[in-house]
Design a protein around this ligand. Structure first.
Ligand code: SF4
Length: 179
């Protein structure tokens, strides 16, 4: 007998039977709260994504929080320098689990036009576990929205995600920077 069979026929059109795990994933995937933080020019595109023209609130993602303890998404928008890496990692560590990271733009992905500089981190995945990469210099707001919808799919259907996406090994990476 399926669990749904215990629902009386008269209620079948009004009652949904799901596991708690599935319910949590649905809620998390549809109410991502990004941290208000930006490092360089990509952050301007991130800000316009939340403004009226692109209207991120259509997806439930417009609640940018002013502190890490109320956020579950860190959008690294801009150039990360080695000097700024420890504070950024500290912000990430202060976010509650489950938490996610988006690398927005060429600089966050691999150093971008500053990749040859001694002071620039050549990809934030050297210090943080990245869930979604969004290429571009800068990526347009539509690209950020697409990346956040990819993250939603990853949250709601983790079984579809290839293990080679660069996630995991979180503790080793953050320890290396804060040590
Ligand atoms: S990727 Fe381009 S637009 Fe984004 S922070 Fe780097 S230089 Fe600026």
């Amino acid at each position: 007998m399926e669990i749904v069979d215990i629902v009386p026929p008269i209620l079948k059109n009004n009652v949904a039977v799901v596991t708690v795990d599935k319910l949590f994933k649905w809620a998390r995937g549809n109410s991502i709260w990004p941290l208000s933080s930006g490092l360089a020019c990509c952050a301007i595109e991130m800000m316009s994504t939340a403004a009226a023209r692109f209207d991120l609130s259509r997806f439930g993602y417009e609640v940018f929080r002013a502190g890490p303890r109320q956020s579950d998404l860190l959008i690294v928008a801009g150039t990360l320098t080695w000097k700024m890496a420890p504070p950024l990692v500290r912000l990430y560590e202060e976010m509650p689990e489950p938490k996610y990271v988006i690398a927005m733009g060429s600089c966050a992905i691999g150093g971008g036009p500053f990749a040859d500089s001694y002071s620039v981190v050549k990809g934030i995945d050297e210090v943080l576990p990245v869930d979604v990469y969004i290429p571009g210099c800068p990526p347009r707001p539509e690209a950020l929205i697409d990346g956040m919808l990819k993250l939603k799919e990853k949250i709601m259907h983790p079984e579809r995600v290839n293990e080679k996406t660069g996630t995991g090994n979180n503790e080793e990476k953050t320890e290396a920077v804060t040590a």
